[in-house]
Design a protein around this ligand. Sequence first.
Ligand SMILES: [Zn+2]
Length: 208
Amino acid sequence: MRLDIVLLGLIIPVISVADQTCHYQSYRWNTLTRQAEFFESVTKSYADLAPHEIDNQTGCSVCIEDQRQVIIANLKPIRVCKQIAGQIEWILNMSIAEGFQIRQLRGYHVGRTRGEIDVHGRRTKFSNHSFGIAVDVNSDSNGLYENCVEFGKQCILRRGGDWLPDENPLSIRGDSLLVELMKDSGFLWGGEINGRQKDFMHFSVSGY
Ligand SMILES: [Zn+2]
């Protein structure tokens, strides 16, 4: 009986991985033109996935099949890595219950926006959003800034809207329940990442 269970445990994942088909749509960010390009629609067997197409920490890949839909309030549904979808859903709903308003959400979104730059000026590595392991909250009020080791006037807004935590209730404060619950669950907040960028909308499993 035990042997059967062990054998099943070994055989079933192998068969299902080989049989499963992966689908995803991707683009590459061109650092010279500052535009998305090289759009592609990929269909391949799970068995053919390359290591850079899978997140080590969660096991979620860039395939849409590894994502679960999450619906928060009356917002457009998002997709998140199935391993963390329940946690994300709970945290966002708790924050709303405590009075925080969520107007925009973004989860799974595949694109090569990180890593080394190729000869055409294009990024080569997948972002955290590509694996569904990152969520952006209220981007219009929680921008991505560069030149921003410490937040201040020198910071340059690159994406989203101004972060005004003392004036705008849609901006995410460092002492908010949302940040507290995210950090308790092992997520990092982009408002606290080290280095030249601050991404106040962004929460992720593995940092930026
Ligand atoms: Zn993000």
